[in-house]
Design a protein around this ligand. Structure first.
Ligand code: MN
Length: 745
């Protein structure tokens, strides 16, 4: 009956752990909240009742522990706690997602679904590309809580990795180092990141880990004594200033010491900053910055700072929210010592990331559950931004996974003998970008082991690489074919984009000049015609293609011919009721059943048209006009089965079309205008009114005396909104000081 006793003991232990979980919530839970958590706990107990972990412990210990990390270390609320308790239920028991939804609602079900899918992906397809990894995280977790719970799950699995088979340990640990630790870092979950890294090292390189751990232990006494010696005078000075503070001497994490020895090729003893002194001050938000600098000045009164090592993340916090003031000073016995200065608030942000921001906004007991929920939403959306952020760093760090996860690394040397680590398959050009993005951009060639090699040369471990640069060199399109590092790819892509912009700017000037030769005045309208005619994506692309010569003189000439005598105009004139003169003065607009009018092009001209039989458009449908050879303009619906084919093959024969209400009648408005007279002003004024704003001028009357002018313009306008737009635009003309609508008729 040993077993019976054990089970009783276990039950008691489970209850204890559960109570401790409830206590670790960051704020007092309401009755409702407790009920949800309790319900999740009961379900998890039932789902896992016959399961045990590899260690022999009841399985339920695991979800409780994960929930505890979620609550205590990350500071998430009751929904996340419940989800953490449920995170393995669907995967490991007969309960389905539908059960979860029925019992806990849609929100919880969605989170659990995300969690189940993520572990599914990891189990089957280990060599998944990192790009996909990022996409997957974002799509599977439209709720970022999925990622946070997954991180907590991973942390607990790492904490209990000992009981796994050795080969599994290695796989899980490397995955942790390559994916989860950087992710935690990115999210600002500093202490989780550090723990993941240390545990990752422990199981990938156990000897190295134990060696450093041992050495840190052996030197502990000495370290403590040194920290006391260092902080003695500082304490006195701070006390004098009546500042409230704590001073901690924190050893660097084992993982970061390891990284340093590798990166700088030095031994444990040579790592001078094995610990940092952290001074945390108790200061109000409006005082904290100046208090931090006060502490800085006190420290530098006693110890000489290294000016190169001042890091001010107080004025400009890091992307992940980290705020702190770092300096490295020359301490007693000639040792450099890193000192971190921050307020209690900043310290909490540093430890648990954005969660702390929102907790600080929380006024504690007075805030109700809904407020807390909305704060959490705010935090979560911030994290989403970080993950979605298309700026390089966010993509870089995920992209790097792809390279590191299952490929080996190569170790190469600079001419000075510095060691650089690159992913296997990296080329000489990757190396250049790794040194510096400018070196990469200007890279002309490379010497490997003193021999000239092509930029696409794949590096081998032990190679010594020298990069040759030239000020005239620029990133090339084909470079993309052989670089593999995210950094090089990003930089090249950006440079090419930049280059394209320049070409387009040149192209624009060339285009204007060439059009002038062809007697075409460059304007918005012509540009639209060009982009339709050449079937390119947008007007920027027109400029670019002119700049590179893809659109050359011959093609521009063809455009001009087509435009003047070609199909475009031919059709337009042939099928316009009153050809020639003003298209605007159509007397009897062609109306559809409901009385709406169809207008074409950017000028919203009324042209004769036929409704196509294939899709039978009616008033209000999204439509476009298509210039046919024999039947004039045929109007199709945008979703017509033929639309795609027509639009892609005959882009230049497509006319924009739009239904407008027939009670939109034109009316006359008189504008009075005043300003400072200058040459070309009237010209510019009329150009803007008729070309840019597409407004017809009925009459224009302007006179100037002694350098000032005034006058009035009568324009034909659709409505007051249209008129306001026109006035706004005219106001921006250089010299115009006053413009308004005249009241007289
Ligand atoms: Mn789990």
């Amino acid at each position: 009956m040993h077993e019976a006793i054990d089970l009783e003991l276990e039950k008691k232990e489970i209850r204890n752990r559960y109570r401790s979980l409830l206590r670790s919530a960051k704020y007092p839970l309401t009755k409702e909240e407790k009920k949800v958590i309790r319900k999740a706990f009961n379900l998890a107990i039932d789902a896992h009742k016959d399961q045990r972990r590899k260690s022999g412990e009841p399985y339920i210990y695991h979800p409780i522990a994960v929930a505890q990390i979620v609550a205590k270390d990350i500071g998430l609320g009751p929904i996340s706690i419940a989800c953490a308790l449920l995170h393995d239920v669907v995967e490991d028991s007969d309960y389905t997602l539908e059960d979860i939804e029925r019992l806990f609602g849609e929100k919880v079900a969605r989170i659990i679904d995300g969690l189940t899918k993520i572990s599914g992906v990891f189990d089957q397809n280990v060599s998944m590309q990192a790009e996909n990894f990022r996409k997957m995280l974002l799509t599977l977790s439209d709720d970022v809580r999925v990622i946070l719970i997954k991180l907590s799950d991973r942390l607990h699995n790492m904490q209990t990795l000992e009981s796994m088979a050795p080969h599994k340990r290695r796989k899980i640990a490397s995955e942790t180092l390559y994916i989860y630790a950087p992710l935690a870092h990115r999210l600002g979950l500093y202490s989780i990141k550090t723990e993941l890294e240390d545990l990752g090292l422990k199981y990938t390189e156990p000897e190295v880990y134990e060696d450093i751990e041992q050495k840190l232990n052996d030197s502990k006494q000495e370290r403590v004594r040194y920290i006391q010696q260092f902080s003695g005078p500082i304490r006195k000075a701070l006390n004098k200033e009546l500042l409230y503070y704590t001073i901690k001497g924190r050893p660097k994490s084992i993982y970061s010491i390891r990284k340093k020895t590798l990166k700088q090729g030095i031994s444990f003893d040579e790592v001078y900053d094995k610990f940092a002194i952290r001074i945390i001050i108790n200061s109000s938000p409006d005082q904290e910055k100046s208090d931090c600098w006060k502490v800085y000045s006190i420290i530098t009164d006693y110890y000489k700072p290294n000016p190169d090592r001042l890091r001010d993340w107080i004025s400009t916090p890091r992307a992940n929210g980290y705020e702190s003031l770092h300096t490295t000073v020359m301490g007693p016995k000639g040792h450099w010592v890193e000192v971190q200065i921050r307020s209690e608030r900043m310290d909490e942000v540093a430890e648990v990331g954005y969660a702390a921001h929102w907790r600080y906004k929380d006024t504690g007991a007075s805030s109700n559950a809904r407020q807390r929920e909305s704060q959490l939403e705010g935090w979560i959306s911030k994290i989403r931004d970080l993950l979605e952020n298309p700026e390089a760093s966010a993509i870089d760090f995920i992209d790097d996974f792809k390279l590191n996860l299952f490929a080996d690394e190569v170790f190469v040397f600079t001419p000075n003998g510095d060691l650089r680590t690159l992913p296997k398959g990296a080329t000489a050009l990757d190396f250049a970008f790794d040194i510096h993005s400018e070196v990469g951009a200007r890279c002309l060639g490379a010497k490997v082991n003193a021999k000239l090699v092509p930029l696409s040369y794949q590096l081998k471990s032990g190679d010594q690489v020298e990069i040759l640069t030239s000020g005239k060199q620029k990133p090339k399109e084909d470079w993309m074919n052989f670089v593999v590092t995210a950094k090089a790819k990003t930089r090249i892509k950006n440079a090419l984009k930049e280059e394209k912009k320049w070409i387009a700017e040149d192209g624009k000037e060339i285009l204007i000049r060439k059009l002038k030769h062809l007697k075409i005045q460059f304007n918005e309208k012509v540009l639209n015609e060009l982009h339709r005619y050449f079937g390119v994506q947008n007007s920027q692309e027109v400029f670019y293609q002119v700049g590179t010569g893809i659109i050359d003189n011959k093609r521009l000439k063809a455009f001009a011919t087509d435009r003047n005598g070609g199909i475009y105009n031919y059709l337009k004139s042939r099928f316009t009721r009153r050809s020639g003169s003003s298209l605007r003065s159509v007397q009897e607009p062609q109306k559809d059943r409901k009385g709406d009018i169809l207008v074409f092009g950017d000028d919203e001209e009324q042209l004769e048209y036929k409704l196509s039989k294939c899709c039978d458009p009616i008033s209000g449908d999204d439509v476009f006009g298509f210039l046919t050879i024999n039947e004039g303009i045929k109007v199709h619906r945008l979703d017509c089965p033929n639309a795609i084919r027509l639009q892609s093959n005959y882009a230049y024969r497509i006319l924009k079309a739009r239904w407008v209400s027939s009670d939109r009648r034109d009316f006359l408005a008189i504008l009075t205008i005043k300003g400072i007279d200058r040459a070309g002003l009237v010209n510019e004024l009329t150009k803007i009114i008729s070309n840019t704003m597409k407004v017809n001028i009925r009459s224009l009357n302007i006179s100037g005396v002694d350098g000032v002018f005034d006058g009035n313009i009568t324009v034909v306008i659709h409505d007051t909104h249209h008129l306001e737009q026109l006035i706004e635009r005219i106001k921006r003309i250089d010299g115009v000081t006053d413009i308004k609508r005249s009241l007289k008729k």
